[in-house]
Design a binder for this molecule. Structure first.
Ligand code: FPP
Length: 251
């Protein structure tokens, strides 16, 4: 066995993952923070705080494993329906995450991006998004995309409106529109579609997350609540993904 063969063989036996077939883009519907806290007799916001701490750990693990893009569903366009106290607490937590991210992820070479409708966000959050996106934009490691005030249908509606305006101005003809053209008008224009979508907490829904982009994604569900989601669960998801035969509609 050559040195390189040994190197790869060791990597495979240690985690059971095939290091040559790591999903390039993993997207996670982080779910179960509230139930995790309730089970401990604690307020829901305590669960969100633990969920936020866990995200930092999972970002580093993804980066170590060789995942290039990680996208997390932090706040959906529907989450505004929650009680104001919870929405306020979530916004405060997201702000804190964005403020501390570059320091806490220092040395990790992580690029941070936020997708979603920014109009409804506070000026403070918008400022922080701009700051963290600017300060990490030249990093060449994992791209962490935080979906904040994000809705898949909302994203498609915005793209359709933009294209409608282009037609009205005479910039394009309806016949020029193809899948690529639409993809380029989504928030995710510069990142590949997710290979693997994970949802924690036992729910088996896509919940308006990356509707267009998930057309050929592999889905993996776990009963584990997000604050308890560990390295071993991620590895389990990736191993399961590696057993699948992605045919993209072919045979
Ligand atoms: C799901 O738990 C989580 C959310 C609604 C989003 C908040 C996510 C975090 C705080 C994770 C960290 C993310 C960032 C970017 C800081 P839930 O409230 O739906 O749980 P439940 O289904 O048990 O009620």
């Amino acid at each position: 066995m050559s040195f390189f063969e040994k190197l790869f063989a060791n990597k495979e036996t240690e985690t059971g993952m095939d290091s040559r077939n790591i999903p390039q883009h993993v997207a996670i519907i982080v779910d179960g923070n509230g139930r995790w806290a309730n089970r401990r007799g604690m307020p829901r916001n305590y669960g969100h705080r633990e969920g936020s701490k866990n995200l930092k750990k999972i970002v580093k693990i993804c980066s170590e494993i060789g995942v290039r893009y990680l996208t997390v569903y932090a706040f959906s366009t529907e989450n505004w329906k929650r009680p104001k106290t919870e929405v306020d607490a979530l916004m405060a937590l997201l702000l804190e995450y964005l403020k501390n991210a570059d320091v806490e992820l220092e040395g990790e070479n992580i690029k941070i991006r936020v997708i979603g409708e920014k109009k409804e966000l506070s000026e403070e959050i918008k400022k922080e998004i701009h700051k963290v996106e600017e300060s990490t934009k030249n990093n060449s490691g994992l791209t962490l995309t935080i979906a904040l005030n994000y809705g898949g249908r909302d994203e498609i509606v915005s793209a359709v409106r933009a294209i409608g305006r282009e037609i009205k101005k005479g910039v394009i003809n309806p016949e020029d529109i193809d899948e690529k053209y639409i993809s380029q008008r989504l928030y995710t224009a510069d990142i590949p579609d997710p290979d693997l979508i994970i949802r924690t907490s036992g729910e088996k829904r896509i919940s308006n997350f990356l509707l267009w982009q998930s057309a050929y994604s592999e889905l993996w569900y776990s009963d584990v609540l997000w604050p308890d989601f560990r390295r071993e669960h991620l590895i389990q998801a990736i191993r399961d993904y590696q057993k699948r035969n992605r045919r993209y509609g072919g045979i």
